[in-house]
Write a protein that binds this ligand. Sequence first.
Ligand code: C5P
Length: 405
Amino acid sequence: MLQGKTILLGVSGGIAVYKAAELVRLFVKAGGSVHVVMTANAQQFVTPLTFQALSNNPVGRDLFSMDSESQISHIQKARMADLVVLAPATANLMAKMAAGIADDYLTTILLATTAPVLVCPAMNVKMWEHPATQRNLKTLCELGYRIEPPASGFLACQEEGAGRLADPGDILESSIGLLTPPTLAGRSVLVSAGPTREHFDPVRFLSNPSSGKMGYALARVAARRSARVFLVSGPCSLAPPPRVERICVTSATQMRDAILNLSSEQDAIVMTAAVSDYRPARTAAHKVKKSPEDLSVLLEPNPDILASLGQIKPPGQVLVGFAAETENITQNAQDKLVRKNLDFIVANDLTREGAGFCSDTNEVKIIGRGGEASDLSLMTKEEVAANIWDRVERILSGGDIESQQ
Ligand code: C5P
């Protein structure tokens, strides 16, 4: 996700410096080229050698180093960055930035760069809540800096409250978002994800092994492209992606109610949820006791949410379905596309290795309204999501004629 991008990580002096080491690892793993600049105080907590080893690049730390100043290094560093991330950003660094002070290597770079800057504060809760810090924060927002707010919890100073450095995974996600063209800005999209549970007593239910990974990947990628994202999710163990509004549901009827409530305002709806087709006709109020007799559970059909959406689809809305199949993939998917009035359908063959339920990868076929099919090779679910949004964007902008036939 960060291939070909240069990230300048500015590290200032707080106890959270050790977490910045993990952040470097995540940036490098995502394909980014990372250059670390440390303030003098940051070097009291972790040595530059750690950052040098993790980033594979020399660490900038001295404005007046003979070596680097021969190339006016702070200006060079300011120019090379596609993104500047400040983690941890101390109260002192924020104050200097708000005032435009440039008295060391990092702060001179910050005045000289035109790259977007993501500020990730970390400090004691009282320092964070101090009116001066809050005023500086407001100034930084007005100056166009992006803020990754600190998390709440138990702090190194033994106090409880806001001030912990944001989770490195969330900082990575925001960084990717800042480097992604905002092609869905101003659009609202809804994604359904995960399984549903249909209870026949309070502790037993009918469900399926859907992990929710495909839907969560779609939500994450749409948020990176600056859409407003609603994620209606059945029970699963995944954390909601940052900047996504998640609505948690259990049964198919709850999922239908949540989706129909929001559907009319959406530019696009992608239904990846593995909705249970049937539910027990009645749910016992108490746990059904074991007995030597056979037990029959009568099932009744659940509402088909996607088919309902197809019937009430407002003009211009893009509706996308998924088809998990084990045989006659193309034909079954195409029938579904017509029956449910979709713009396109994403079919996956559940019998293939690395496709469908629970895996991190998927191998899908996208079928449009004109019957044209394109096969995508085995790729990560995030890459599949990017392909799906590319196609949604083309239809939204009126560019995908075949899909409108
Ligand atoms: O007909 P089938 O269940 O195979 O269709 C799959 C597509 O329909 C998926 O996009 C799924 O999310 C959606 N679906 C639905 N409501 C149901 C069953 C499936 O929205 N009751």
